[in-house]
Design a protein around this ligand. Structure first.
Ligand code: PLP
Length: 472
């Protein structure tokens, strides 16, 4: 058989196997154990085979991959996973993602993948409409909110230095005037990571006090900003990781304008509140920022990995991100190079699943899911309200519920850790822990598209049983 016929036969057999295995997996999402069921050594043993010296049939390898991975899969595609804000990879996006892989497009310059570039352009319009952000903004299709924030903060840094008449391209970052990053004391850890990658250290940060929900205090921001000289970038947050709370964007945007500061909003999951009529008010004023990072793979349910680096000024976005080379042809009139909005030259066509998902869900599908998840979070708080040992530490405004058990202090922290371990051991639902406001908490994040109120009842039952076992 010639190479092409052989390739077709082999890949079709592998694709058929993958298709069957994926359907088998998806058919049991409702009963999927939310926590991976295997210890590290066993999982390692399942994968750790010698590198073959010779080719093997791909279909056989796919079967073996599925068997090795199965016990080590986390069940976040199912409805009972509440451990972190992780989406459930909606089937429409998954199907489009299969095609994306099959087509093997390289989304760099427009000419390398025209269909993918156009899907990005059109999806950009859908996203700006749903999130109600300035319609002329540009979007880079990034791998996650961490990279989306990194992209936005690179653009913010470059634009801020340009405004300060410093030529970064000529003189480099080490000769630049100091840029101050102004951020809430409860900013997400990935913002600190992005800042570190960018070369910002402790000395460049101005931390703003936060209130009991982790929201930046506008009063402290107003007090600190006049004392900061030179370029400033304010990093605000839509959706605090523990409370789901939103910074007061209207006041922050007023202060940013008054002090000539760039305003970036990390809205990894929370920015989606802007799509939902009953939640929109939480993120009022967020449209006045200069840039936003928001995930597709969390609340929008695109397959991993997918996020959006949104910049109000496309020229600033491109000035920071463009990669030019003589062998890269320019895009046609009215189009842009997708690579000029992200940090990669080559990457996956993330917009195909985004386009397919948004065409499938439509506006009302997105709104229904966001509002359902917020209702689920409120329902859980309601279900647990009557036990005096259970404390809901946050104002449940979005999809996050922060629970603590027993008294504040070591005894309560131990009890909370025991409840988390008990829920994880039962493995009907998955929750994780965190430390917030000096207390260990059990954190519930509702963000998988299959989750509905009955799953909160399952979770509440698990929590009660774990608590009764830990504190009989
Ligand atoms: C507020 C916030 N920002 C950023 C991130 C990082 O997002 P990603 O994991 O997509 O990089 C998260 C993740 O949970 C988050 O909650």
């Amino acid at each position: 058989m010639d190479r092409i016929a052989c390739h077709a036969e082999e890949t079709f057999a592998a694709m058929d196997a993958a298709h069957r295995l994926a359907k088998e997996f998806r058919a049991r999402l409702d009963s999927l154990p939310p926590r991976a069921m295997i210890d590290h050594q066993s999982l390692l043993a399942a994968f750790n085979r010698p590198l073959p010296e010779h080719p093997r049939p791909a279909a056989e390898v796919i079967e073996e991959l599925a068997a090795a991975a199965a016990p080590g899969l986390t069940g976040n595609a199912g409805p009972n996973f509440f451990g972190w804000v992780q989406g459930g990879s909606h089937g429409a996006g998954v199907a489009a993602d299969w095609l994306t892989s099959a087509w093997g497009q390289n989304v760099g310059p427009y000419r390398t993948a025209p269909a993918a570039a156009v899907a990005e352009m059109v999806s950009t319009g859908y996203l700006l409409d749903l999130l109600d952000l300035p319609r002329g903004a540009s979007i880079g299709f990034a791998s996650g909110a961490t990279t989306a924030s990194l992209i936005c903060l690179i653009v913010a840094r470059d634009a801020s230095l340009k405004r300060a008449r410093f030529d970064l391209a000529a003189h480099g970052i080490f000769a630049a005037p100091p840029v101050t990053i102004v951020l809430g004391a409860d900013a997400h850890s990935t913002i600190y990571a992005a800042l570190r990658y960018l070369g910002f250290g402790e000395a460049n940060l101005a931390r703003i006090n936060v209130d009991g929900e982790g929201r930046m205090e506008a009063r402290d921001l107003a007090a600190q900003l006049p004392r900061i000289t030179g370029p400033k970038i304010i990093v605000a947050q839509a959706g605090h990781i523990n409370s789901g709370a939103f910074d007061p964007f209207t006041e922050i945007a007023d202060l940013a304008a008054a002090h000539d500061a760039w305003l970036h909003i990390d809205g990894a999951f929370g920015l989606w509140a802007r799509a939902a009529p009953t939640l929109r008010a939480l993120a009022k004023g967020a449209d006045r920022a200069d840039s936003w990072s928001v995930d597709g793979h969390k609340w929008l349910q695109t397959p991993y990995d997918c996020a959006f680096a949104v910049v109000k000024d496309p020229a600033a976005h491109e000035a920071s991100m463009r990669i030019a080379a003589s062998y890269l042809d320019p895009p046609p009139e009215g189009a842009h190079d997708p690579t000029a909005r992200v940090i990669e030259l080559s990457r996956r066509a993330r917009a195909f699943p985004v386009w397919a998902l948004l065409q499938t869900l439509g506006r009302s599908g997105v709104v229904e899911m966001i509002e359902r998840h917020a209702a689920c979070a409120r329902h859980l708080a309601y279900l647990l309200r009557d036990d005096p040992r259970i404390h809901v530490l946050n104002d449940v405004v979005l999809n996050q519920v922060a629970l603590a058990f027993g008294p504040a202090g070591e005894e309560g922290d131990r009890l909370t850790a025991d409840v988390i371990a008990g829920v994880q051991a039962e493995n009907a639902s998955y929750v994780g822990g965190a430390v917030w406001k000096g207390r260990r908490i059990l954190r519930v994040s509702v963000s998988s598209n299959l989750t509905e109120k009955r799953h909160m009842e399952t979770l509440a039952g698990s929590i009660r049983r774990a608590l009764d076992r830990a504190a009989p």
